[in-house]
Design a protein around this ligand. Structure first.
Ligand code: GLU
Length: 471
């Protein structure tokens, strides 16, 4: 809970704001808004010292208008039912915005992962998967977990392995979990996907001269100043892609401190320092800031909150100086702080679109697992031969010769990672145009978040219509 209204209520406020711009049947809207299923789990876990601890966990399936439902599993101390429900509903709208054919779900285990050994985390993850399976809350066509805050490939490999051992006659068992290591049916590019999606989404916005003008900004990413809050999987990759595209990441904030360099931080160096010391503080070529708030409140072009919800609230919104706030995390701006930013004409690129890169590439991974073939395996060589024939044709017409090196570079067929990146780029670019068009169609009263919710609701309504319910 935050302030007076809970996270789930905040999501529903955004939903209710959007439905005012639609004329859908209110009974159907009630069905879309409500969370269909929530399961609370409590199970014992044996610690390394032999003691037993009771762990609490949740899985919420918000909407089954498409199956499977999909969403991450987070490990954090403040996980609670309201949060899981809110995040599951965001997943439903997120999937609809980027045309990923899943319903929304989310799970959480209430633990501080730093307090557990690797073996203990494995026992917790495997036991949770077992409980999910017992309650039919996991399966390639039912509900497919993925990484989220506090979880990653390791946890997903334990989940997939546990599910597979419980369902060893299911040929598609590996499709029950995404975000797995490549050796276990994962896909190249999933790890970086959310951060890369954030980059693609912001790049789309920044390429639009009409949208940049009122912010007093030029088009393009190059030269823009960026502050990233949260240097986990999402924040790190987003920072890396911004920096590679020529933006200056002038500050990074983490839970234990913040660093700055007005000329732009070296992201690889900060990451290396963090790997060695477990903290970004004192990273080379940087100055420590007095607090993480000092980073968030810095004057910059793009602020990227990339950790947890409720980072920009009524308490600090007046001190936010960024021209663009790019919601890489889920729910980092409270509903009322969002209104303040809107009134001040700050461009907020909302979570429900911007961090959909993770679930988009999860969708590609799920497809790969169901088809049992790596993307690019069938066509890579064919493409290379076709490009070579074309280049030979150019040589014949121009009577000039390409060097063997040039031929190799120009005729290279796509690897799995290239295809994943291009599919993600296409998804983020197309969805941005769709939500921007909706926003323009509505005019001054709507921001991009409201446009996202309208686009999502329209698509889910259509889906219920196709099922013959509320025709
Ligand atoms: N946890 C990520 C999210 O919130 C990814 C979900 C998924 O891949 O299913 O979008």
């Amino acid at each position: 809970m935050t302030g007076k209204i809970s996270f789930a209520e905040q999501v529903n406020l955004n939903f209710d704001k959007a439905v005012r711009f639609t004329d859908h049947d209110p009974r159907l809207l009630d069905q879309i808004r409500v969370c269909n299923f929530v399961c609370r789990f409590a199970f014992p876990v044996q610690k390394d010292d032999g003691s037993i601890e009771v762990v609490e966990a949740w899985r919420a399936e918000h909407s089954n208008h498409k199956l499977p439902t999909k969403g991450g599993i987070r490990f954090a101390l403040d996980v609670n039912e309201d949060e899981v429900v809110a995040l599951a509903s965001l997943m439903s709208y997120k999937c609809a915005v980027v045309n990923v054919p899943f319903g929304g779900a989310k799970g959480g285990v209430r633990i501080d992962r730093r307090q557990y050994s690797k073996r203990e985390l494995e026992r917790i993850t495997r036991r949770f998967t077992y409980e999910l399976s017992r309650k039919n809350f996991i399966g390639p066509g039912i509900d497919v977990p993925a990484p989220d805050f506090g979880t990653g490939m390791k946890e997903m490999s334990w989940m997939a392995d546990t599910y597979q051992s419980l369902h060893n006659n299911d040929l598609n068992a590996l499709a029950a979990v995404t975000g797995k290591p490549v050796e276990l049916g994962g896909i190249r590019g999933r790890d970086e996907a959310t951060g890369l999606g954030v980059f693609y989404g912001v790049r789309e916005a920044c390429n639009n001269a009409e949208d940049m003008k009122p912010l007093g900004l030029d088009t393009g990413i190059e030269g823009k100043t960026v502050v990233v809050q949260g240097f986990g999987n999402v924040g790190f990759h987003a920072a890396r892609f911004f920096s590679e595209a020529g933006a200056k990441v002038i500050a990074i904030a983490e839970y234990d401190g913040a660093i700055t360099n007005p000329q732009g931080l070296d992201i690889a160096e900060v990451d290396e320092h963090r790997k060695q010391t477990k903290s970004i503080v004192d990273a080379p070529d940087s100055k420590n800031l007095p607090s993480k708030e000092a980073a968030i409140e810095m004057d910059c072009d793009i602020l990227v909150p990339a950790a947890l919800e409720n980072v920009i609230t009524d308490d600090n919104v007046d001190r936010i100086k960024a021209r663009i706030v790019a919601e890489a995390a889920n729910g980092p701006i409270t509903a009322s702080a969002n209104q303040h930013l809107f009134d001040r004409s700050v461009l907020v690129i909302p979570d429900v679109y911007l961090n959909a890169g993770g679930v988009t590439v999860s969708y590609f991974e799920w497809l790969k697992d169901l088809s049992h073939v790596r993307f690019g395996r069938l066509e890579k060589r064919f493409e290379e031969f076709a490009y070579r024939r074309l280049l030979k044709g150019v040589e014949n017409v121009t009577e000039r010769r390409f060097s063997e090196d040039m031929l190799r570079v120009l005729s290279e067929g796509a690897e799995e990672r290239d295809l994943v990146r291009s599919g993600l780029d296409e998804t983020m670019a197309t969805a941005y145009q769709e939500i921007r068009n909706k926003k323009c169609q509505i005019g001054g009263k709507a921001d991009l978040r409201t446009a996202c919710f309208i686009v999502a609701i329209d698509k889910i309504v259509l889906c219920y219509g196709d099922m013959g319910i509320f025709p």
